[in-house]
Design a protein around this ligand. Structure first.
Ligand code: BEZ
Length: 211
């Protein structure tokens, strides 16, 4: 059955460019990002993996471990990493899963035969420290992902896991948040000492509570 938000991220053991990994053990208490690529030595993927390497410090700061996957074998990944480092001026600093038998790709429903024959589509899974799936994104092979958006979602997920707020459209770290509807006005006054403004009874903004 297809995975849904809130499901446990399926565990697996796989060969990666940084050795054999048991996914859940490797995640430990961290947040996780698992992102898939159609194939090694392809142009869009090369830019994506380089972009991720260059912003890895931002994920580390947020206690997020990152792992990539493509259906090619380990030796191919190793050669491709050299190309990524050369062409994107980076050092790939996270593991890439080799999945030639498509075991992980099948577990995470990353093969969409009506879109791409036997390659994975561009999936992103954000996984919480409780191992539950918090976000799933699916992009076609022809569209490279926006990694700043993935970072932005991590910020929102980590904030909303700890405070009774949601984040509005195009929200970025440091901007006003929305008080969740289940919070009464009386509770809001206590929970958000910086105050709040009610545009409508159901639309109440408050400064980001952890800033
Ligand atoms: C790419 O990463 O460039 C790509 C991969 C598969 C199909 C089309 C583009």
């Amino acid at each position: 059955m297809a995975l849904r938000l809130g499901d446990e991220a399926p565990n697996f053991t796989a060969e990666t460019t940084e050795g054999t990994i048991n996914f859940h053990e490797w995640l430990g208490d961290s947040w996780g990002i698992l992102f898939s690529h159609p194939k090694d030595f392809t142009p869009v993927c090369t830019t994506e993996l380089g972009t991720m390497a260059k912003i890895m410090d931002e994920f580390k700061k947020r206690n997020v471990k990152v792992i990539a996957i493509s259906v090619d074998p380990l030796e191919s990944h190793k050669g491709w990493i050299n190309d990524i480092n050369e062409t994107q001026q980076c050092t790939v600093n996270y593991p890439i899963i080799a999945d030639p038998e498509r075991k992980v790709a099948t577990l995470y429903d990353m093969i969409h035969p009506n879109a791409l024959d036997n390659m994975t589509v561009r999936s992103v899974f954000i996984i919480g420290p409780d191992k539950k799936i918090k976000l799933m994104l699916t992009y076609p092979a022809s569209t490279g992902r926006n990694f700043n958006e993935i970072l932005r979602v991590v910020d929102s997920l980590q904030l909303t896991a700890n405070y009774k707020v949601a984040t509005p459209a195009n929200w970025n770290e440091g901007e006003e948040c929305i008080i969740t509807p289940a919070v009464s006005d009386e509770e809001a006054a206590k929970l958000f000492p910086k105050g709040y403004r009610a545009v409508k009874p159901y639309l109440r903004y408050t400064p980001q509570p952890n800033k």
